[in-house]
Design a protein around this ligand. Structure first.
Ligand code: FES
Length: 248
């Protein structure tokens, strides 16, 4: 309902996070909405986030047809602040700016100012707080441990679960990690019935991938690599494609 389109860009202060803005193109008014978070490789959470977001948009803004839907990854540091500055003390001319946690417009601008000052040798009052080489075990250790226990659990779960379902049981438009011929295989059957089968083991550090039903990608729960159904790399840190498997 265009009459209920927001007049500006808004983000909720409470949970679940919701951000909305209107975009007008010709006669049409679109609502661009962001909300929900999930860790890579959690297909149920990805789907649930979308269902809840759409439900809220229909209720609060009278949204009709959903034109486009996609997921995105954001890098977040353990203490919540970006890393900006020299990458290491031994590489004085190598700079880094990362960990913006979805606040790229503001954090990216601040990063640009810090880096410009560092390069020309000017003092910058924020540089120390954002220091890319800072080590803050006290601030980050608890989160780091719990996050990585989660990653470890995913890694182990992926290996021990070993669902022995067959390819035949895979309906069109769906995907599963199957054990085929003793090997973990990531299989996706498209709407035409063709099966796309690749290794389910991430080429970065061997975690087992999970299906992302929103973007139709294989996502890694450990460090966020993403692969297309044909195994090609969409997003690092992995650089090598997944090995193809014969779907038989
Ligand atoms: Fe997959 Fe690191 S093991 S991204």
């Amino acid at each position: 309902d265009p009459a209920r389109a927001p007049a500006g860009m808004f983000i909720s202060a409470d949970q679940p996070t919701r951000s909305v803005r209107a975009a007008r193109r010709g006669e049409r008014t679109w609502l661009v909405a962001v909300g929900g978070a999930f860790k890579p490789g959690q297909p149920d959470a990805a789907r649930r986030n979308f269902d809840e977001l759409v439900r809220d948009l229909r209720r609060d803004h009278g949204v009709g047809e959903i034109g486009y839907a996609w997921t995105n990854e954001d890098f977040e540091s353990m203490d919540g602040l970006p890393f900006v500055g020299r990458a290491s003390s031994s590489s004085p001319h190598l700079y880094v700016a990362t960990g913006f946690n979805a606040w790229g417009i503001t954090n990216g601008t601040a990063a640009g100012m810090i880096l410009a000052d560092l390069i020309v040798g000017r003092a910058n009052p924020w540089a120390e707080v954002f220091d890319a080489t800072r080590i803050k075990p006290a601030a980050g250790a608890r989160t780091f441990l719990s996050e990585n226990l989660g990653v470890g659990a995913k890694l182990v779960e992926g290996y021990v679960k070993g669902r022995e379902r067959s390819l035949e049981a895979l309906p069109p438009g769906s995907a599963a990690v199957l054990k085929l011929g003793g090997k973990r295989t990531a299989a996706f059957r498209d709407e035409q019935g063709q099966v796309h089968a690749v290794s389910a083991v991430c080429t970065h550090l061997n975690c087992i991938l999970g299906w992302n039903p929103v973007d139709r990608t294989w996502d890694c729960p450990c460090h966020g690599s993403r692969f297309a159904p044909d195994g090609s790399v969409l997003h690092g840190p992995a650089t090598k494609p997944l090995e193809r498997r014969e779907p038989s």
